[in-house]
Design a protein around this ligand. Structure first.
Ligand SMILES: [Fe+2]
Length: 253
């Protein structure tokens, strides 16, 4: 009877051990599923890393004004380098899951994060710049944008002079912009290096890259000729008008 009891107890213990093994195996399995989930998430994050956006046109589309050689270097080498650098800099940080705009706003003016800001802003600025140009562009805008330019600058020619001047007088590398400022007025601004008006509360409508890499192959040191070409033959007023509409709708919402 005693043996039977011992056998019973052994049996119970064995059953418990078997059950326990099963339980922990299940727990381990569940943990493993969680880990797998995390790994998937991490893989997902890697897939969510910033990628180089395609040009919105063929690299020959802006010829003869901007050659395919310039666009292939500017987009394929310079723009791509900013994307690669940004991914390396934010990998494993709390910025990795943020949008480009969020990263720019979180790092603007922070000297310790200047590298992240510069690369993030250059990714944003270049993508915006490609859309600021189009084949058979240039000339004058029409509709609401033309009306607002007249209201806020006095005339289209006055805007043009300010924009040309901003591009020509930006010392060294930088950008010229048409923005809608926080007071709801159109304004021409220039920014050095990677800086973007977005981090100062303005809404960009249009930009022109005046880094030498934007024009040196086609225009050498003749930045004013590049600026004239941008305004007369390349500027995408449809894009600027769409940005004004979006900004106006956002302000009215
Ligand atoms: Fe550039």
């Amino acid at each position: 009877m005693l043996i039977s009891k011992r056998s019973f107890i052994k049996g119970v213990l064995a059953s418990f051990a078997f059950f326990a093994q099963g339980f922990f195996n299940k727990s381990w399995s569940q943990s493993n599923e969680i880990l797998t989930g995390e790994i998937t998430k991490i893989e997902g994050d890697i897939k969510m890393a910033f990628t180089l956006p395609a040009l919105p046109y063929a690299d020959t589309a802006l010829e003869p004004h901007i050659t395919a050689k310039t666009l292939s270097f500017h987009h394929g080498k310079h723009h791509n380098a900013y994307v690669v650098n940004l991914n390396k800099l934010v990998e494993g940080t709390d910025l990795a899951n943020k949008s480009l705009e969020e990263i720019m706003k979180a790092t603007a003016g922070n000297a310790e994060k200047a590298g992240i800001f510069n690369n993030a802003a250059q990714v944003w600025n270049h993508t915006f710049y490609w859309h600021s140009m189009t084949a058979n562009g240039g000339g004058k805008p029409d509709g609401a944008l033309a009306k607002k330019i007249d209201e806020d600058f006095g005339s289209f020619d006055a805007f043009k002079e300010q924009f040309k001047n901003a591009g020509a007088t930006q010392f060294g590398s930088g950008w010229a912009w048409l923005v809608l400022n926080p007071k709801g007025k159109l304004e021409v601004v220039k920014t050095p290096n990677a800086e973007c008006p977005l981090t100062k509360g303005s809404i960009p409508l249009l930009t022109m890259d005046v880094w030498e890499h934007a024009y040196y192959i086609d225009f050498q040191n003749r930045r004013p000729d590049y600026i004239d070409t941008f305004l007369n033959n390349l500027v995408n007023w449809k894009f600027a008008a769409e940005n004004l509409t979006k900004a106006s709708n956002k302000a009215a919402a």
